[in-house]
Design a protein around this ligand. Sequence first.
Ligand code: SF4
Length: 407
Amino acid sequence: MMAPERKILYFKPSEFICIFLCFSTINHIFFQMPLTCKNNFLGITLTNILKQYSGRRQVMLMEDMKISDRIGDYREARFYSSAEGKVRCGLCPHNCQITEGQMGLCRSRVNIQGKLYALSYGNLCAISPDPIEKKPLYHFLPGSQAFSIATAGCNFSCLNCQNHHISQFSPAEITAISLSAEEVVKRCLMAKCNTIAYTYTEPTVFYEYMYDVAMYARQNGIRNVMISNGYINPGPLKKLAPLIDAANIDLKVFDEETYRTLSGGALKPVLNTLRILKDYGVWIEITHLIVPSYSANLDMIKRMCEWLVNNEFSEFPLHFSRFFPNFRLQHIEPTPLTTLKQAWEIAVQTGLHYVYLGNITDETYSHTYCPDCKKLLIKRQGYRVTQMLITDGKCPNCGTTINGVWN
Ligand code: SF4
């Protein structure tokens, strides 16, 4: 059978500007959206046309169809209900109510004719083997490689997001690599990685894809780790948790109002996620980025550490991370080293056994020590493990059990 002929239209720059203005006006009148908004279909089509035009000075209609024309490319989402053309997504605590033709806050789920579709399914925007230490996961198969994947979109809008060029866009806006769940597992095996990491953006918003990949991975003896903001509803999380071996959860700040300002999310659901993952036996590590003027409050850090100890998280590693100016927080100075070291002292004194400092040059704070006899057990240089002395999950010096997944 012959391939369908691709139609290519050529426009002069003046014609193109006229078309652009017409599209924008229609967009504004009929969709009541700001002229620059990317969250509607004409906006997306225009963005793609602009990308095509600026790159090759031609417009390929087949690649610039509206999302609703590409319905066959997308997978129906899980966890939603619909009534009178509107859908309510129940995947994360935003519980977005989405009208026909619109996307949820994460830009990854769209209502087409009363059905919710996952735009992220199989649409990878990033794929790379990484050291597991980069996630960071320090007590989970140290020195191993994690086959890391992501799709565009996120249910948070962090002011300091270091991956905003992929997290704050829809999978429909970003050039993606299309891979089935089976193909991801095949490539992971080819890359000789023993873990798949769902990371870089927010894996919750590619839940259906992550679930299917994780299932195939399990069947092939590969472990699954999730690097997440923890903003997911309990129902979907409990269905996913049995497939997940380890998770690094970002605990952004220990104050509801600041959580909303910094990320657009909330603290309580994240704490709930930590409890559920622990109950399901998932290995957990927690990251807390110390952002001056937002989360660099030592009293608040103390309250966070007390919550972790009181809720039986003292055996799980806590990673304090140094902030560097990024995205909408370019005007804020990097976290002072003294603040990081004070936070480390507070965490250790409160009773957390494994506390690390990340994004700093002093590697002393990235090594693992026995919480009992203080022997140096795992030595790290950047993301490399240069010495590993833990034997059968124990300190070889005093026999204390060192919590983690070591093989
Ligand atoms: S997953 Fe996306 S669409 Fe669903 S509730 Fe969360 S932000 Fe809204």
